[in-house]
Design a protein around this ligand. Structure first.
Ligand code: OOG
Ligand code: MG
Length: 263
């Protein structure tokens, strides 16, 4: 028990104190224990008054697997304390060495309390939005093993969600364009996310079921990044546009400006 609690306390204070820690020695804990550490570190956040908002998936695209050298799907928990405002200012002083990546976010319409098929998934979704995740590994040099990153709540740190729509038709193969100060830094397609981001909802339902957890209506599901992540620096206008056309073929855009400096 103290292995779990110690690792969770270490990771939580790294996040809270904005100071990277060493990776754990290989074999220090199993993957199952890593998820226990993740839950215990989230408990620290909840005890400070944060509230659960949903879940995120990681490594749902090949671009991310290749960038980080890990090829297993992982998942973590999102809290209200991680939510940054669409169109707002993101203070990089809250982070260690933040990166940003383009994603799609789902809002659930009813509780997910069992495994769903792809045919069922859309019925559980109220709306979809373009989103960006701000990841911030608590490990030095943003390097980690599969167990390390799971224990660290899959690098979850911030998320920015754009306007909701029910343009589910646009989801399967929409263009994804992330820009810094109007210049493309990552370009891809929503198809990179498990071939169709709605599959992230299916995967989320299975993972929740395996963990004997359910997700209430009104929760967020971050589907995972469509492209590799980009390091953030202060004073940049970051924008992500998803959709190749207009109207029902577009999910819209999401943006923020960075300020301050990473600690
Ligand atoms: C781990 C989190 C991966 C995604 O969208 O694939 C992830 C990391 O890259 O630090 O959030
Ligand atoms: Mg992500």
């Amino acid at each position: 028990m103290s292995l779990i609690d110690d690792a969770a306390a270490l990771l939580d204070s790294a996040a809270f104190g904005r100071e990277a820690i060493e990776q754990f020695p290989p074999g220090h804990f199993t993957l199952a224990q890593a998820y226990d550490i993740q839950r215990a570190s989230i408990a620290h956040r909840l005890s400070r008054g944060e509230v659960l908002k949903g879940i995120k998936l990681g490594f749902t695209s090949r671009a991310k697997m290749v960038q980080m050298g890990i090829d297993s799907l992982i998942w973590g928990l999102l809290t209200d304390g991680m939510v940054e405002e669409d169109g707002g200012v993101v203070d990089l002083g809250r982070y260690i060495h933040p990166r940003v990546e383009p994603e799609v976010c789902f809002l659930t319409r009813k509780a997910i309390d069992g495994p769903l098929t792809s045919l069922e998934a859309a019925d559980f979704i109220e709306a979809v939005a373009p989103a960006m995740e701000i990841i911030d590994s608590r490990y030095r040099n943003f390097r980690f093993s599969l167990e390390d990153v799971v224990a660290d709540n899959c690098s979850s740190a911030g998320l920015v969600v754009g306007g909701w729509s029910r343009n589910f038709d646009a989801l399967g193969n929409a263009g994804v364009r992330m820009q810094f100060d109007g210049r493309d830094v990552q370009v891809g397609s929503t198809r990179a996310i498990l071939g169709q981001p709605m599959r992230s909802v299916v995967q989320a339902s299975r993972l929740l079921h395996g963990a004997q957890m359910s997700l209430p209506a009104g929760s967020l599901i971050m589907a995972g990044a469509a492209t590799a992540a980009e390091a953030l620096r202060p004073g940049v206008h970051v924008e992500c546009r998803i959709g190749t056309g207009t109207g029902s073929a577009s999910l819209g855009n999401v943006a923020f400006v960075t300020s301050g400096a990473a600690a």
